[in-house]
Design a protein around this ligand. Structure first.
Ligand code: TMP
Length: 204
């Protein structure tokens, strides 16, 4: 039996990375992240997020993230799930649809297609959205911002709306968790809902 690919999504400042770690620990799953998760992916991540990298074009950004994803799937994600290991990825395809497709305005369909090319059609089995309102996310982001965090309020509100729209269009695959409250409170919500969903889900 192959393992599950569970991804954790949310805007910058949602507390998603902490929650992805806690979920992976709870499930005994492999934690990994995007962009990153491989040597190449981490180098691309540094370039994409460099706060001084103002000259990077939106399309180059989209393709660098897709390149990191291709390497991540081939080197880490697919081998793990093929060995029956569950994987929790801190961001995956839906980040690109939200950030590059909607946030940067490059078009969700084209960005999705580029990701599908990168992953050779591998998609998440389950996507956990950590849903937070804009003021809470902005507050949690703090002041030391990377290149994408600095993209502005309108950009970040397009990202959040895109996530909510994707989740409402595909409720079978998405779990929406209220990201307000303490780390422990949010983690309990995440773990409860993931367990309910995995209990209903049979994989071959
Ligand atoms: P993180 O700090 O939540 O790990 O994410 C790194 C940043 O990269 C975050 O601002 C979102 C951005 N990002 C995209 O814009 N598109 C993507 O496909 C991914 C995976 C991340």
């Amino acid at each position: 039996m192959t393992g599950y690919l569970i991804t954790v999504e949310g805007p910058d400042g949602s507390g998603k990375s902490t929650q992805a770690h806690l979920l992976a620990d709870h499930l005994g799953a492999l934690y990994t992240r995007e962009p990153g998760g491989t040597e190449l992916g981490e180098k691309l991540r540094d370039m994409v997020l460099d706060p001084n990298g103002e000259g990077l074009s939106d399309r180059a950004e989209a393709l660098m993230i897709a390149a990191a994803r291709a390497q991540h799937v081939e080197e880490v994600v697919r081998p793990a799930i093929e060995q029956g290991k569950n994987v929790v990825s801190d961001r995956f395809i839906e980040s690109s649809v939200a950030y590059q497709g909607h946030g940067r305005g490059l078009g969700p369909e084209e960005i999705f297609d580029i990701s599908i090319f990168a992953t050779q059609s591998l998609k998440a089995d389950l996507i956990v959205l950590i849903d937070v309102d804009a003021p809470l996310a902005a507050n949690r982001r703090g002041k030391n911002l990377d290149r994408i965090e600095k993209a502005g309020d309108d950009f970040h509100s397009r990202v959040m709306s895109a996530y909510r729209e994707m989740a409402s269009e595909d409720p079978e695959r998405w779990i929406v968790v209220d990201g307000s409250g303490t780390v422990a409170e949010v983690s309990e919500r995440v773990i409860d809902q993931v367990q309910v969903r995995l209990g209903k889900y049979e994989k071959d």
